[in-house]
Design a protein around this ligand. Structure first.
Ligand code: GDG
Length: 477
């Protein structure tokens, strides 16, 4: 069996196989690498004065990990710059927050080249390579230039933007063209793939085939839809673990029989946190008779704090939560518990289970795993209600949730009121349908579907047989 090489910006392989606070995605990729005896390659998270390209190889709980340090300028231009200040906001339709700096684009190209140069000597002829996310879009192009002819797949964890916004990016064609150096490009939903295909047809003058194949820039690439999910069994175990149960009990006693609403999101403008708090405030205003029977627990770990936009948003959220609490709190109750910290996965599972309502209201999101975790953690006899933004990728599958427009505070308020008063029979019915989706899209299903599609994707036989050299072995049209 050929090896699998996973490449992502950061390598989150768990040191401890039980995982602790490591997310389900990291656990699933680590399990895939154990199964296929592969390697996980990425940035170490460390910075050095001058880039050396030195590779550090470690074993982490049975997974081989290859790490490389970057220069401070690389981190500034590639990671904080092009990835997090340019592509992330643009792909989440926030052109108002997108930085169009030439130096960021140059740093992005440089780091992708550096990754390719360090990775290339490690690749064996039979390996298949799976590249993750927007940080590394041009990596296949750079590997091809070094003569790599292996199967290379790409998976985007974020949404793909509409063509009319993507074209605001200088060199947008170059970025999309580099995606044609992959054999397979995968997205969470049909909507994101269709937006990509729309660009290919309308902007790149490409040809679309019925089976999600695309031809443009003199090459062909296969597209695919691979909805990601959670590690269902692992999450159920976390829920039933001593700490999961203990956290559930603590939450019930600390809410003093009030209905708990929960939100769990990295601090990010794509998650619609300000809009959510305003919607909740509207609910408090609209429902004076029941409002003090409810409280919102919002768990929001700080992320990307080096980026100004995130710091500004943090300040606005602090003051919004403070203002709402100041206006509505009573001596023995406050409406919002707003926490900028992380919890272990088993604690999160206990928190979800104690919550009557899961509030997942991003303004735009590739998939959103919190929605699936919340459903998975529920007690089947007395399940809570998921309120889900129509703009999360998850809404395409989780249609039995209360689907809302997160931009409308009235709609959020109405949905919260409806969730809190929903009869048990309807809650059970909706939960069963949702849990079926969560099971059907388990993370191992996602992973195996992708790896198997990459193994099977059609490659031009003349291309694979061709001798080495830049660009050889590619699917040509
Ligand atoms: C990107 C895409 C796509 C959060 N707080 C804590 C904690 N978390 C965990 C959650 C969940 C994960 O982080 C967040 O995943 P999401 O999917 O909700 O969002 P992103 O981080 O933006 O992820 C997204 C995803 O990639 C996968 O493709 O779904 O659309 O944006 O698992 O539980 N985990 C722990 N403590 C916390 O306090 N342990």
């Amino acid at each position: 069996m050929s090896r699998l090489i996973v490449v992502s910006n950061r390598v989150s392989a768990p040191v401890d196989p039980a995982g602790g606070s490591v997310g389900g995605l990291a656990m699933a990729l680590a399990a895939a690498l154990r199964k296929y005896h592969g390697l996980w390659f990425g940035w170490s998270g460390e910075t050095v004065d001058t880039f050396t390209g030195e590779l550090k190889v470690e074993d982490r709980a049975g997974v081989s990990v290859g790490l490389v340090d970057l220069e401070a300028q690389d981190v500034d231009e590639y990671y904080n710059g092009y990835a997090n200040k340019t592509l992330w906001p643009l792909f989440h339709h926030r052109v108002d927050l997108t930085a169009y700096e030439r130096s960021y684009g140059e740093g992005y190209e440089r780091v992708n080249r550096r990754f390719a140069e360090v990775l290339e000597p490690l690749i064996e002829p039979d390996d298949i390579i799976w590249v993750h996310d927007y940080h590394l879009i041009p990596l296949a192009r750079d590997l091809r230039r070094l003569g790599v002819r292996n199967r290379i797949g790409f998976f985007l964890h974020t949404p793909w933007p509409v063509r009319q916004l993507l074209v605001t990016l200088p060199h947008h064609r170059r970025l999309v063209e580099s995606m044609f150096d992959y054999d397979l490009v995968g997205f969470h939903t049909r909507e994101w793939l269709d937006l990509f295909r729309d660009y290919v047809a309308a902007e790149a003058g490409g040809t679309l085939t019925g089976n999600d194949g695309m031809a443009a820039f003199g090459r062909r690439v296969q597209g695919g839809v691979f909805p990601i999910g959670i590690d269902v069994d692992g999450f159920l175990q976390a829920c039933n673990s001593p700490l999961g149960v203990r956290t559930y009990d603590r939450m019930l006693s600390s809410t003093a029989f009030r209905s708990l609403i929960v939100g769990v999101d990295r601090l990010d403008y794509s998650k619609g946190l300000e809009e959510r708090l305003l919607g909740y405030e509207q609910f408090l205003k609209d429902n004076p008779a029941i409002r003090s029977e409810v409280l919102l627990l919002q768990v929001t770990p700080i992320s990307r704090d080096e980026v100004d936009t995130y710091q500004d948003m943090r300040g606005r959220l602090d003051s919004l939560a403070g203002r709402i609490n100041g206006a509505y709190a009573e001596m023995d109750w406050q409406p919002i518990r707003y926490l900028n910290r992380t919890y272990r996965r088993d604690q999160l599972a206990g928190i979800y289970r104690a919550a009557r309502v899961g509030l997942v209201t991003p303004l735009r999101d590739g998939m959103n795993l919190v929605a699936k975790e919340y459903v998975c953690a529920q007690n089947p006899e007395d399940p809570g209600v998921l309120i889900l933004s129509r703009f999360a990728g998850a809404a395409a599958e989780m249609t039995a949730a209360l689907i809302v427009n997160p931009f409308s505070r009235e709609e959020l308020s109405d949905a919260i009121q409806r969730a809190l008063t929903m009869p048990l029979a309807e809650r059970r019915q909706r939960w069963s349908a949702l849990m079926q989706v969560v099971r059907d899209t388990d993370v191992s299903t996602w992973r195996d579907a992708y790896v198997s599609a990459l193994r099977q994707v059609e490659i031009d036989p003349a291309g694979t047989a061709a001798p080495g050299g830049p660009g050889s072995g590619r699917t040509r049209v």
